[in-house]
Each structure stands twice: as structure tokens, then as C-alpha cells.
Design a protein around this ligand. Structure first.
Ligand code: SAM
Length: 283
């Protein structure tokens, strides 16, 4: 084999490795390498996330907070869960809404993303939890509104996560999620809008609306089948279940939340984030 051919083959191999690395780490944000890699990358980029996304306050009001407040009206104090909250975009939009008097709980598995969320609001109407969206530490049917923006495609099993979101939503409650419509680079992780609507409906949702939003995402808004009394804003201590034993409510002891049943202890970070992620389920 001539030296030139060897050189060309080596260059092609190197280009292939670089392209694969770019696709695995940048284009698909580690999603094919598992949850740990996704979270590691979000931890790594947490400080740059808002700068990359260029969030605009008026758009988040118009497309996120306002549609929720309009549909939940006349209730002004809904209990809201934002799964995969990141740097707190949705909680912030709701807390800034003139009519919002509810409570919003943001959950994420990237501790550093939550750290950036925490500096944006120190509000008695909001809590941040370090926990996975796949195992939410809440009882069935307890939230008036559940949201999950720009995140389902990063979950190992998007449908299983949706089922968990629907589990904690009360009958008649509102789910606001996003569907990534730029599907070319993430085979098996993204869906066409009709498939998302069908997935929601076979898992307990009733009417589903799909609305255009951004170049890469549509908004998906639906109501859980059935009707129930609004839960309304209430203290976290009445809501938070022990992620380890799943039985008891956790009690706030200042710098820890403690389970009276199994003794599990969840620290509260210096920034107020409640750290549940290490309390893995037993058995
Ligand atoms: C693109 S960001 C979206 C953040 C936020 N919802 C927004 O609209 O700006 C995706 C978020 O999903 C979080 N995430 C990914 N997998 C997760 C999981 N299994 N449980 C909880 N959060 C997760 C990441 O840490 C990251 O903060």
C-alpha cells in the first residue's frame, strides 16, 4: 500500500472518529451514551446554558406562562411541577406572571443547572429539587399543572418519563411538554407530533393540542382524563415523599429533609436546593 493511500485512510478514519464524537457529544448531547453522560454534559455547560439559549422574557411569558394561566383560570394558585427545569426558565416565567399566586417545584438531575436556577429566584412560592424526572417523589394525581420543556428527548425512555409525569398530574390537570421536531439527528429519541399525541392518549391524557413554538420544538398541551378538585399551592412538606421508601412524607429539619419511616436524610444545599438524587430506591 502506498504511503499516500495509508495517509488518506488514516485521515478518513480520523475524520470519522471526529464526526462520531461530535454527533455523540454535541449534536445529540450524550443521549446515546446514557443518562450519566447527559447529566455530566449539562453540569459542564450549566454556566453557559442561558447564554446559548438566549431566552427572552416576553416570549417565555407569551408562550409558556400565559397559556398555562389562561387554561387554569380562574385558579390563580395552582400547584405546578416543572420536570427537567434546568436553569429555571418555566418557574421564573410563572413567578413573574402578574396573576400567579401558586407554587412551582422545579426538578432536575443536573445539580449545576439547579444551582444556576437557584440564584434567579429566592421565592417562598418555589422549590428546587435535585432528583430524576423518571422517579418523582410525589404521590399520584397531586399537581394541577405538570411541565417538561426541551427535555423528553434526553431521557433514556421518553414514554416511561411521560407516564411518570402523567402519574403525578391530577385528573383534569394540564400537561405542557415539548416535542422536538428537528428529528433527523436523534433517531429513536424523537417522534412526529401525531405519535406524541397518541402516546399521551394511551397513557391517560384526553384532549391534546399541538402548537408551533420554536424552530426545533412544538408545544404539546393536554388535559389528563377525568376531573378532580384542584390541589392548589401548599407547603412542600405536605407533598414530598421519601424517594427511598416511597411511604412517608419528608420533614423539614432546616439543613436536611428527613424520612420518619426509613430515616433517609436529604441535605439542603447552601443555595436551597433539596438534594434527593442520592436517595436511591431500595429493592
Ligand atoms: C435542554 S435542557 C431544558 C431545561 C429547561 N426545561 C428549559 O426549557 O430551559 C434539558 C434539561 O433536562 C435535564 N435532564 C436530562 N435528563 C434528566 C433526567 N433523567 N431527570 C431530570 N432532569 C433531566 C438536564 O439536566 C437539563 O437541565
Amino acid at each position: 500500500m502506498s504511503d499516500l493511500l495509508t495517509l488518506l485512510l488514516a485521515a478518513a478514519l480520523l475524520a470519522g472518529v471526529i464526526a462520531l464524537g461530535w454527533w455523540l457529544l454535541i449534536a445529540t448531547e450524550g443521549v446515546y451514551l446514557g443518562r450519566r453522560m447527559v447529566i455530566w454534559l449539562y453540569d459542564l455547560y450549566a454556566g453557559r446554558y442561558d447564554g446559548i439559549k438566549h431566552f427572552r422574557r416576553e416570549y417565555d411569558h407569551m408562550y409558556l406562562a400565559q397559556p398555562i394561566m389562561e387554561r387554569i383560570a380562574p385558579i390563580k394558585s395552582p400547584l405546578v411541577l416543572d420536570a427537567a427545569t434546568g436553569t429555571g426558565r418555566l418557574p421564573l416565567a410563572l413567578l413573574r406572571h402578574a396573576h400567579f399566586q401558586g407554587r412551582v417545584i422545579g426538578v432536575d438531575l443536573s445539580r449545576r443547572m439547579l444551582g444556576h436556577a437557584a440564584v434567579k429566584f429566592n421565592d417562598a412560592h418555589a422549590n428546587l429539587l435535585w432528583a430524576p424526572a423518571e422517579h418523582l417523589p410525589f404521590a399520584d394525581n397531586c399537581f394541577d399543572v405538570v411541565t417538561c420543556l426541551e427535555a423528553l428527548e434526553f431521557m433514556e425512555h421518553p414514554e416511561t418519563t411521560l407516564i411518570e409525569l402523567i402519574r403525578v398530574l391530577r385528573p383534569g390537570g394540564i400537561l405542557l411538554a415539548t416535542n422536538r421536531i428537528n428529528t433527523k439527528l436523534m433517531p429513536g429519541k424523537t417522534y412526529v407530533d401525531d405519535d406524541v399525541a397518541a402516546m399521551l392518549q394511551r397513557n391517560g391524557m384526553g384532549q391534546v393540542e399541538i402548537m408551533g413554538w420554536q424552530a426545533d420544538y412544538d408545544l404539546v398541551l393536554g388535559y389528563k382524563k377525568g376531573q378532580s378538585t384542584p390541589t392548589l399551592a401548599r407547603p412542600l412538606g405536605e407533598l414530598l415523599l421519601c424517594p427511598r421508601c416511597g411511604h412517608a412524607h419528608l420533614t423539614d429539619e432546616g439543613d436536611h429533609w428527613v424520612c420518619s419511616n426509613c430515616g433517609a436524610r436529604a441535605p439542603v444545599g447552601h443555595d436551597g436546593v433539596i438534594e434527593l438524587a442520592h436517595l436511591a430506591r431500595r429493592g
